[in-house]
Design a protein around this ligand. Sequence first.
Ligand SMILES: C[C@@H]1O[C@H](OP(=O)(O)OP(=O)(O)OC[C@H]2O[C@@H](n3cnc4c(=O)[nH]c(N)nc43)[C@H](O)[C@@H]2O)[C@@H](O)[C@H](O)[C@@H]1O
Length: 444
Amino acid sequence: MANRRGTAVPLIFHHILRYFSVLILSVLSYNLNSASDDDAFRAGQSMLSPVAAPSRDVRYLLYDVNPPEGFNLRRDVYIRMASLLKTLRKEGDWVLVLPPWGRLYHWQSPDIHQVRIPWGEFFSVTSLQAKIPVIEYEEFIAESGGPFIDQILVLQSYAEGWTDGKWEEKVDERPCIERLMYSKDKQNYYRGWFWGYEETRALNVTCLSAQGHASILAPFLQNNLSATSVMLDRAETVLHDHYAGKDYWDTRRSMVFAKHLRIIGDEFRAKYLNSTDKQDQTPYNEDWTQMKNRLGSAKGGPYLGVHLRRKDFIWGHREDVPSLNGAVKKIQSLMKKHKLQQVFVATDADEEELAKLKRMLPEMVRYEPTWEDLELLKDGGVAIIDQWICAHARFFIGTSVSTFSFRIHEEREILGFDPKTTYNRFCGDDENECEQPTHWKIVY
Ligand SMILES: C[C@@H]1O[C@H](OP(=O)(O)OP(=O)(O)OC[C@H]2O[C@@H](n3cnc4c(=O)[nH]c(N)nc43)[C@H](O)[C@@H]2O)[C@@H](O)[C@H](O)[C@@H]1O
């Protein structure tokens, strides 16, 4: 119920905003009607900027990611943007605008509205705010006075690749290499995907070749631009400032799952897997800044946790992904080895593979939401519940190079599990060297 209320308010808000933005756009288009060429348009822009001056000297950093990228890579890009924001704030009052969730390739549940989803439906925004200032996109629209983004910088690599085969960190404004995903409307504003907010427009779009860690963009944003709101598109182009360092872990720890999702996961654990925080020694503190479970202190619930990535991972016939037969054999041997009677399986397998899996592994426990649950939680919420349950298992095994599995590793690291129980993956049936995942030790 809480979730229903949570979505209803932004929807009304959205309609009001849509009304006002259409009004603003019509007034502006009337004023700018005479701007026939680009120069006149830009001259008009500086006099009549539709972005109302915010009360303080705030600058907004927005970002988006390459459309085919999935949920858990996007969570990783958030960490990179958080580092950039931290660097930017050394010289200005920058705020990170959270890109609404939606239209993700993997979120294929039919008949469910999955666009313009605020971060608050999946994560605790107050927890994020304990690390850096963030606001939801609709707050940005309200605060900045309209659905306009001053400047979009589309990040790209260098057309010429690495110079002399040498890795060098650099940033330069360059002609766009790929066809832009933005087009001009009648008023000469740029329209684009903008997370499903049809009324959003950008005033300017240019391309920036960037090679290096996220914070190399800071001097360019601080010194070369006067825009109040800047959006980095293809933000995954830049790397982590310091992967798995203290700052990385602080931001990662601040990405606390929304409470209603954790509660559903906990109730499921208690009901079907005989697993509670007390018995499992996985205490959780709502305030992530106060949470520091010693590595090895968590015991975990009496079940094996499995993340079995299928769909696009098997279509490519990758050699590091097992057949269903191979996966079931490994699961059974792990259950025997660790004396576990139950196995929880998180998977994106299709109906046909699921039916096979159920036949081969009848004891398998899965979180299967009803259509009503799914409508409320969305594919992203269900993915988080699956991850939460896997994160609490006594022993976990995931899928090679899946960021879905990586995020479970991190969650278990935060909960204080012995790394031996976490950094495990399935091997392909014919894989000769089956290297296991790296242990990225938590840093406080
Ligand atoms: C090939 C690459 O694969 C990468 O996927 P990978 O890292 O596994 O992980 P994700 O980026 O999360 O993308 C996989 C998506 O598939 C669904 N999914 C996968 N496994 C499960 C599961 O066990 N339970 C539930 N509920 N949902 C699952 C979920 O929507 C998840 O966000 C993509 O991020 C890249 O963009 C690219 O497509």
